[in-house]
Write a protein that binds this ligand. Structure first.
Ligand SMILES: Cc1cc2nc3c(=O)[nH]c(=O)nc-3n(C[C@H](O)[C@H](O)[C@H](O)COP(=O)(O)OP(=O)(O)OC[C@H]3O[C@@H](n4cnc5c(N)ncnc54)[C@H](O)[C@@H]3O)c2cc1C
Length: 407
């Protein structure tokens, strides 16, 4: 009997865990990765996780990667890739099954377009037809079972007012959306310079904290930190947070923002209206801020002159490749509707408090298609790897129990 062909899109931590489990369960597994293994995590490779290694990995993965690390160890993204993801992808178990530089461009059913057999399980009679771009060709790959593990890091949000690009934003270099690597090539770009950081999450907090360290060698380094919304601190401090790394990050960034005589000036509630280049510098037009005392003042405009922009407004999944499938998505988060509704019902902003929610949340109208990992959260930033790893576990328990349904 021919094995069920399982295609996994994305060789991040969740796609690779799915591949290992798929091989164990006897599927014919292929992972299609548009770049290199762990590309999403490597994009912030110089930053340390705030969750310990044990929460970001599984026993199966650790045994395959021979990762003897202390489970309490806090790794950087780069270390996690080198010591865990790459050994898994290159392991004997997955030999020849992880295809790098294979970007999935579009997916449908071979015999049925999006509007055929609406919501019917018998769409699965026709295999998935996957257009893939490889270095020298485009090709079609077929699958019986398909997992979207594409994450969300490949597509960032925008810092312009209302979440769309403001005039001038589309001309920013792509690396303006990264967390700066002050120990690498970017150090000279930021040391002794005036930088605008935009964002209200842990990425922005990390950028602010890293940039502030440059004052040790360049005391004239300055940062203006713009956050949306009006709250007493840039990053809410979670009561009874169980992650010491995250507590440290939050406290350090908030202190830099609110204490006098630091290199950081915090502007709360700022809406970025326009970005213009003036020689080597940027002129940023902001409204809704009262300069440097953090009281919202409707309509007041300010113009900042800065040398650099670090834009950390978060990410959104790239849903385009899967558009021809029958997927019910949330109109607010772009995530699959059942998970989005589950998350809306969970009031805590602490991602540690999230539950995976069970297999039913992973199902959507398209049969044998599952969105797992950070892509399943859409724009909701509360995803943690431990949730994605739990999703994989629940999914394979279900698939094993319903093996005869997938053909
Ligand atoms: C600065 C920072 C710090 C973080 N710290 C933590 C932390 O401490 N703990 C934690 O749990 N989480 C943390 N996260 C979140 C973490 O990045 C995610 O939890 C994790 O990477 C999600 O794994 P994933 O496999 O779902 O997606 P990803 O890691 O994003 O992997 C998706 C893969 O899919 C590939 N891909 C995308 N589109 C296509 C396509 N069309 N075709 C083929 N391949 C494609 C990408 O190249 C990528 O390799 C952090 C995120 C950031 C940005």
């Amino acid at each position: 009997m021919q094995k069920t062909r399982l295609i996994i899109v994305g060789a991040g931590p969740i796609g690779l865990e799915a591949a290992l489990r798929g091989m164990r369960e006897g599927y014919d597994v292929t992972v299609l990765e548009r770049g290199s293994i762990g590309q999403g995590v490597l994009s912030w490779g110089h930053v340390r996780f705030f969750t310990p290694f044990g929460m970001n990995s599984t026993q199966l993965g650790r045994s395959i990667a021979s990762a003897e690390r202390d489970e309490d160890a806090i790794l950087s993204g780069e270390q996690f890739c080198q010591q865990y993801l790459i050994p898994i992808a290159r392991s004997q178990e997955l030999a020849g099954r992880v295809l790098e530089n294979h970007e999935v461009i579009a997916v449908s059913r071979a015999a049925y377009g999006k509007s055929k057999r609406i919501g019917r399980p018998d769409r699965s009679e026709s295999p998935f037809r996957i257009l893939t771009r490889c270095p020298h060709e485009e090709k079609i790959i077929e699958a019986d079972l398909l997992f979207d593990c594409t994450g969300f890091i490949s597509q960032h949000n925008f810092i312009g007012a209302g979440g769309i690009p403001c005039p001038g934003e589309l001309a920013l270099p792509a690396n303006a959306y990264n967390i700066p690597n002050i120990n690498g090539d970017s150090a000279a770009q930021f040391a002794g310079k005036h930088t605008l950081v935009v964002g209200s999450g842990y990425s922005a907090a990390t950028s602010v904290r890293l940039l502030s360290k440059l004052t040790k060698t360049h005391s004239d380094t300055q940062i203006v930190w713009v956050t949306r919304g009006n709250r007493p601190l840039p990053i809410p401090e979670l009561s009874a947070d169980l992650l010491p790394e995250r507590i440290q990050l939050t406290k350090a960034a908030n202190q830099l923002a609110v204490q006098p005589d630091t290199c950081v000036k915090w502007l709360a509630g700022g809406q970025i209206q326009n970005i213009a280049k003036d020689g080597e510098q940027y002129l940023i037009e902001l409204n809704n801020v009262d300069a440097f005392d953090n009281t919202a003042s409707q309509g007041r405009a300010h113009v900042l002159r800065v040398d650099n922009i670090v834009a950390n407004p978060g990410f959104r999944p790239n849903t385009n490749p899967f558009h021809e499938l029958q997927i019910h998505r949330c109109y607010a988060t772009d995530g699959p509707i059942k998970i989005a509704a589950h998350l809306l019902g969970q009031s805590s902003s602490d991602c540690l408090q999230q539950s995976a929610g069970g297999l039913e949340l992973l199902r959507n109208p398209e049969p044998n298609f599952y969105i797992v990992g950070s892509a399943s959260y859409g724009r909701d930033s509360r995803f943690l790897l431990q949730i994605g790893l739990r999703q994989i576990d629940e999914l394979f328990s279900f698939l094993t129990a319903h093996r005869n349904v997938i053909s």
